[in-house]
Design a binder for this molecule. Structure first.
Ligand SMILES: [Zn+2]
Length: 460
């Protein structure tokens, strides 16, 4: 078994990152040895069974020996350098904390010293303490992508935590590490936030939506005519409402053997909520069909629920009652999230996983990782049971700036990166974003995603 020696400070934080890296990600046991004052350990020292050593220099926690002393904006790096490193899996590697000086001493025992503090860097990305330390917020009170270190130094589109893990493995192998590590397979996870169930359940909604498309100059004359025709077809029950895409989505998911996760909303408090009621006949019928077909139901907490325990609880109970199912996972509406409070609310409501963490305005790896992981409440210093399954791609993020072709390229680029690290590609495509004037040209991007996985499945 590996032995890992750590300095006697920030124990909860160090233990969290080591448990996550070795336990959860790599799947190997280790024995933790905390410096009792006699060892004079001032780095992360990993001792292999064969006696060889990997020393990860400490460039962060030792500077802040008192509990929570690190948690300040001034301790976020001012600069991130990209260095070449022979153990890194890509051309270069961003250094969040540390310096670039890997060095092998060919003596017995063999030792590698790594100047990049990969553990403090991983802790930075996974816990998102950056978002607590910085007070930047957008009009929906969200931490903006543009304020993040990853955006500023252009590594938001790289799963940098996965890169560090790969680097760590390569260094261990160089030291003749021979324990078995967890094997991982690429996985596609399809999710659908249900902000609306029907587009045209009242004539007023029909007129409002069409009016919106005309005002925003999305609809030409032919679109308007077609939409009016379609509306009458829906009224005469000869066609489905444009948002009623549940069967279409499940048919495609079935084709590739993947379960779709549908996240429904309870009763909210703001104008951003309440387009449907979970107790309505239609909502219940949709939920029943999803269950019958073996697909999954989760929660899409309303606009104000992200930082309100009671509101979250009411909505979860409402959905469980109306849909006669247990609610264990989901994603916040508008991707509203307050770290670490929202995670704690999910934990305290007995949830298994959240999949909110991507940025609303830019796709990429907000937590730097394409694996699910158990989260850390850095204020209470507790390792929670709750898992975060970081969202990798959301339909709405690209629509304003991308043509369908560009959106498809962006999506497949991200998929490629997740495949490279055998991670989990969590995709969000709203049920309301297929058959409208705004979206119908983008539907083929979703279908290309399914087609790609259908071919992949045949090859496997
Ligand atoms: Zn939503």
């Amino acid at each position: 078994m590996l032995k890992i020696y750590i300095p006697n400070n920030n124990i909860a934080e160090r233990k969290y990152v080591l448990d996550t890296v070795f336990g959860e990600f790599l799947g190997t046991d280790y024995k933790l040895i905390i410096d009792n004052g006699e060892l004079i350990i001032d780095n992360w020292v990993i001792e292999l069974e064969n006696g060889n050593k990997l020393i990860i220099e400490d460039h962060f926690f030792n500077k802040f020996p008192k509990d929570l002393e690190y948690l300040k904006e001034e301790n976020i790096p001012k600069n991130v350098e990209f260095a070449k490193n022979r153990f890194a899996p890509e051309e270069d590697i961003p250094i969040i904390y540390g310096t670039n000086k890997p060095e092998t001493k060919n003596q017995k025992p063999k030792t590698i010293t790594c100047g990049i503090d990969i553990f403090a860097s991983i802790f930075f990305m996974l816990t998102r303490w950056e978002e607590y330390a910085k007070k930047n917020r957008d009009k929906h009170e969200r931490f903006p992508a543009a304020a993040s270190l990853a955006h500023k130094f252009n590594f938001l589109h790289r799963p940098v935590v996965n890169e560090y893990l790969e680097m760590l493995k390569n260094m261990l192998f160089e030291l003749d590490f021979n324990q078995k590590l967890k094997t991982r397979n690429y996985k596609l996870t399809l999710t659908h936030d249900v902000d609306h169930i029907l587009a045209w359940d009242t004539p007023k909604k029909f007129l409002m939506r069409l009016g919106g498309d005309i005002i925003k100059k999305r609809a030409n004359f032919a679109d308007i005519v077609k939409t009016v025709f379609d509306y009458f077809k829906v009224l005469g029950k000869r066609a489905k409402d444009p948002f009623d895409t549940f069967d279409y989505i499940m048919d495609l998911s079935d084709k590739i053997g993947v379960k779709s996760h549908f996240f429904f909303m309870g009763r909210g408090q703001t104008k951003y909520d309440n387009d449907y009621f979970s107790g309505s006949k239609k909502a219940k019928a949709v939920a029943k069909k999803i269950k019958e077909r073996g697909h999954l139901i989760g929660i899409h907490p309303t606009y104000n629920a992200y930082n309100d325990f009671e509101q979250f609880k009411r909505e979860k109970e409402e959905l469980e009652k109306n849909f006669e199912t247990e609610i264990k996972f989901g994603r916040e509406h508008y991707l509203r999230f307050e770290i670490p409070k929202t995670w704690q609310i999910w934990e305290d409501n007995g949830m298994e996983w959240d999949s909110t963490l991507s940025y609303a305005e830019e796709d990429g790896f907000r937590c730097g990782v394409c694996y699910e992981f158990r989260v850390f409440n850095f204020l209470t210093r507790k390792h929670l049971k709750l898992k975060e399954k970081p969202l990798v791609f959301m339909d709405a993020t690209g629509i304003e700036k991308f043509s369908p072709k560009q959106m498809q390229e962006a999506l497949f680029k991200l998929i490629g990166q997740v495949e490279r690290y055998n991670g989990e590609a969590v995709i969000l495509w709203h049920n309301s974003n297929y058959n409208t004037i705004k979206w119908r040209n983008y539907k083929k991007v979703y279908e290309a995603l399914i087609e790609y996985h259908s071919v992949k499945k045949l090859r496997a």
